[in-house]
Design a protein around this ligand. Sequence first.
Ligand SMILES: [Zn+2]
Length: 179
Amino acid sequence: MVLALVFLLIPSLSFSTCLLPPFKKGTSHRIIQGFGGKYSHIAPLQYGIDLEMPIGTLVYSSRAGVVSEVKMSSSLGGPSKKFKPKANKIIISHGGGDYTLYAHLKKDSQRVKLGQEIPAGLPIARSGCTGWCDGPHLHFEFFKKNRDGSRLSKNFKFKTELGCAVPKFGAQVSNKFIK
Ligand SMILES: [Zn+2]
């Protein structure tokens, strides 16, 4: 009986972190590539999403943390893998080995500095289409760092009015929570 209870409880304990949608309060953006998207969200980076976003849209921190990487010098982007190293990005460390990544950002649009401690819901940069990009969007990812520094993406949910929801391909994500 005790054993059976333990097994029943395990699925409900599988926990995924609930993050704020990374854009302005009162706006919404569509998920044009979801978890496991065949175009570029391949394991171990399958838990990324692409949010359709016109170039120049303000991107917001989805959780409090410390800015751990800022690469914003590129103006190049295009629809093939060879552009991948040209992506501008900001990475925020949330402690406990957890990070969020915001990619394809617009050249020199950063509003935060390396090492800066920031709250959730702070504008950090503007979206763009740098790197491997076949249309303006924000690539957003939650991940842990492996020992060799490579990324291992992690499942996450977005905070919504009704609680925390899995970000699904095709869904329109609304942000009612951040400024
Ligand atoms: Zn992506």
